[in-house]
Design a protein around this ligand. Structure first.
Ligand code: NAD
Ligand code: DAU
Length: 329
């Protein structure tokens, strides 16, 4: 199995999850080790994984690695919305050209391919709507990040239809869990509290996200790899929707702090209001169910992980906060 982006948050958890639950897989990780990649996230399985430091836009390298594998699981991406608003160029390169490069190699060598994507490709929902995203929802991305992920999904669909590439796609809601970069909402607030800084809430904090534990996401990817229908898209989500303010208050409570011990900062331009996935297809067709059904318990585990693993996140913290300061957030 070739795993791209295996030194990032979800990819590293996926590699560890795979070796724990499917120990016969022989895994190669391809990762460029951008600011978001950290090889130390693979330390627990370092002796069981081949790590290749390289770029998914490198045609020759990708061709060689794809030729050697049976299945490609593609996580590598520029993944942070705030960064995409500031400098969209790497997003177009990695998310679009990188996916194109992988698809061409997969086409040449007729390999099974799974494409990891996001619910952000659908745009956003009204805060008070009953509606959720489904596999039929029209694409309507808002940010440079989501536009490039939408473009990559479209490439995959076209390569399935035009060339018969054996691909599946998944669009997951917001993830949380260990090894998530400190630029993201939950780890940023947890590590702020751990270093004695105040958490930062964008705007009024009313925007809603659906929170899915990274283990449940990766379990769904395996269900799709094993039983998913070629050419199909599956939406992944726990069903647990919360406003950012609720999440922050929960983090503060879990960490024994007053519920109002945070500050409001300027909002993200074009900030999507609400994401929510209808994951009925994944549940009924493939029998997937989230195992993290108690968000508070999952958050408490995550807080414990950040408390115990300062060695992993501390080297990223100062630079991340310096970047946020320059953006006024
Ligand atoms: P991440 O930013 O933590 O990790 C991305 C990884 O990709 C890093 O290790 C980085 O070094 C690597 N990478 C970046 N550019 C590369 C390139 N050109 N060549 C090779 N490697 C490169 O991201 P994540 O949060 O783990 O997200 C993984 C995937 O899941 C992405 O495709 C993202 O769109 C999708 N996704 C994320 C979430 C979420 O909540 N984090 C939810 C749904 C979908
Ligand atoms: O829905 C899936 C997407 O979830 C993935 O495709 C993206 O890769 C992933 O980054 C995530 O996108 P979001 O923009 O929703 O995640 P982020 O962690 O950046 O922010 C979550 C919410 O919290 C969002 O409404 C902005 C808000 N926020 C974020 C930060 C960093 C704050 O209020 N304060 C903050 O400090």
């Amino acid at each position: 199995m070739l795993v791209t982006g295996g030194a990032g948050f979800i990819g590293a958890n996926f590699v560890q999850h795979t070796l724990r639950n499917h120990p016969t897989y022989d895994i190669t990780v391809l990762d460029a080790l951008t600011y978001a990649g950290d090889r130390r996230a693979l330390e627990p399985v370092a002796d069981r994984v081949r790590f290749v430091h390289g770029d998914i836009c490198d045609t020759d390298l990708v061709d060689r690695l794809v030729a050697e594998c049976d299945v490609v699981v593609h996580f590598a991406a520029e993944s942070h919305v705030d960064n995409s608003l500031h400098d969209p160029a790497p997003f177009v390169r990695t998310n679009v050209t990188g996916t194109f490069t992988l698809l061409e190699a997969v086409r040449r060598h007729d390999r099974r391919y799974h494409h990891v994507s996001t619910d952000e490709v659908f745009g956003d929902l009204a805060l008070d709507a009953e509606q959720k995203f489904t596999e039929e929802t029209r694409y309507d991305p808002s940010s440079p990040y989501s536009a490039t992920k939408a473009a990559s999904d479209m490439l995959v669909r076209a390569w399935v239809r035009s060339y018969g590439v054996r691909a599946t796609l998944s669009n997951c809601a917001n993830n949380y869990g260990p090894y998530q970069h400190v630029e993201k909402f939950i780890p940023r607030q947890v590590t702020n509290l751990l270093v004695g800084a105040r958490p930062k809430l964008y705007g009024a904090g009313l925007n809603v996200r659906e929170w899915t534990h990274v283990e449940d996401h990766n379990d769904a990817v395996h269900a799709i790899l094993e039983r998913g229908r070629i050419g199909e898209t599956y939406l992944i989500g726990s069903g647990d929707e919360r406003s950012n303010r609720e999440i922050l208050e929960l983090v503060l409570e879990v960490m024994g702090q007053p519920r109002d011990a945070y500050e409001h900062v300027s909002d993200r331009p074009g900030h999507d209001l609400r994401y929510a996935n209808d994951s009925t297809k994944l549940r009924t067709e493939l029998g997937w169910r989230p195992s993290y059904v108690e968000l508070r318990a999952g958050l408490a585990d995550t807080v414990d992980w950040y408390r115990a693993n300062e060695w992993w996140w501390k080297p990223h913290k100062e630079r991340t906060e310096a970047r946020y300061r320059s953006l006024g957030r």
